[in-house]
Design a protein around this ligand. Structure first.
Ligand code: ADE
Ligand code: ZN
Length: 335
């Protein structure tokens, strides 16, 4: 392993774009299928991995929604979340902001409280066991209706102490941010932080809608913003963070060659880019592998890596004291 790779591995990192259902490894999928008597259309772990060939976002989403069908009980959500934390603890993640997709579960008859209680119990225990602090962000599935998103927001209100923010994910094309203008306005009134996937597959106009109409606090992906010079300039001026997911982009979003990944241009343009894993069980790597993919392909320097790590801390939804504590861990490592 190179010095730089060792540096990345041990670097204290934060993760800001991680779908907990996307951390479901095939081994756990089989274990939960057995536990819950769920029939899987695969005979082996190898067969599952072989099915993870995607040409676009929708190919992935189809198999991702199918995979989450094994999650049934609070303990299943606990085990899923604990497995993620255990893994990223080994990669020196010190803080994570975890997405979940309630509608992917409530639409299968799993109560909202089963999902949120399993996730937050594991996150609370993980804070003790692994020293990883965390927040939870609930995403609306954008291929579903505005009405369904409103219902989900209502279901979340009793759990406001467990959910810090709301986001927008799933099939981007044809489902612009403006479809959820009123839901996000309501969520803002309720005090939730706001994020949205935009510019992953969708055009720069979707990013502009996410800024102007949804009034997001952080932008998930945002890659296609670079096609619009005025938008790029605006993202630089407002210093909104972008949660970039290199391996995901390689598997789904038309980055055919990591050397062509837009991260370098983002950094050169003065954008506040961060590195994240999105759906690590499906895209071939957790946060360290995502850092390493761009470090190698884009020939990033140690200073670039430190900038990415600092951007991550600055872009968390932590309060000032928490951010200072996270920065201290990073500074101690750098000394
Ligand atoms: N849900 C899980 N991962 C996603 C992604 N990369 N884009 C949109 N929706 C998602
Ligand atoms: Zn995502």
């Amino acid at each position: 392993m190179t010095n730089l790779a060792q540096f990345v591995e041990a670097l204290p990192k934060v993760e800001l774009h991680l779908h907990i259902e996307g951390s479901l490894e095939p081994e756990l999928m089989f274990e939960l299928a057995k536990r819950n008597n769920v029939d899987l259309p695969f005979k082996s772990v190898e067969e599952v991995r072989a099915a993870y060939q995607f040409t676009e976002l929708q190919d992935f989403l189809d198999i991702y929604y199918q995979g989450m069908g094994v999650l049934q009980t609070e303990q299943d959500f606990y085990d899923l979340t604990d497995a993620y934390l255990k893994k990223v603890h080994s990669q020196n993640v010190i803080h994570t902001e975890v997405f979940f997709d309630p509608q992917g579960h409530t639409d299968r008859g799993i109560p909202f409280e089963t999902v949120i209680n399993g996730i937050t119990r594991a996150l609370n225990d993980g804070n003790e066991k692994y020293g990883i602090s965390s927040h939870v962000i609930m995403c609306f599935l954008r291929h579903l209706s505005e009405e369904a998103a409103f219902e989900t927001l209502e279901q979340a209100l009793p759990y406001k102490d467990q959910i810090l923010g709301v986001g927008l994910d799933s099939s981007e094309m044809g489902h612009p941010p403006s479809k959820f203008a009123r839901v996000f306005a309501r969520a803002k009134e309720e005090g939730f932080k706001l994020v949205a996937h935009a510019g992953e597959e969708g055009p720069p106009e979707y990013v502009i809608e996410a800024l102007d109409i949804l009034k997001i606090d952080r932008l998930d992906h945002g890659n296609r913003s670079l096609e619009d010079a005025a938008l790029t300039q605006r993202l630089k001026e407002i210093q909104i963070a972008l949660t970039v997911c290199p391996l995901s982009n390689y598997k789904l979003a038309g980055v055919t060659d990591m050397t062509k990944h837009p991260l370098r241009q983002m950094l050169q343009s003065g954008l506040k880019a961060t590195i994240n894993s999105d759906d690590p069980a499906y895209f071939g790597g957790y946060i360290t592998e995502n850092y390493l993919a761009v470090v190698e392909a884009l020939d990033l320097s140690k200073d670039d890596i430190i900038t990415l790590a600092r951007n991550g801390i600055a872009a968390t939804f932590c309060d000032t004291d928490q951010k200072v504590a996270l920065s201290k861990k990073l500074d101690q490592y750098l000394q």
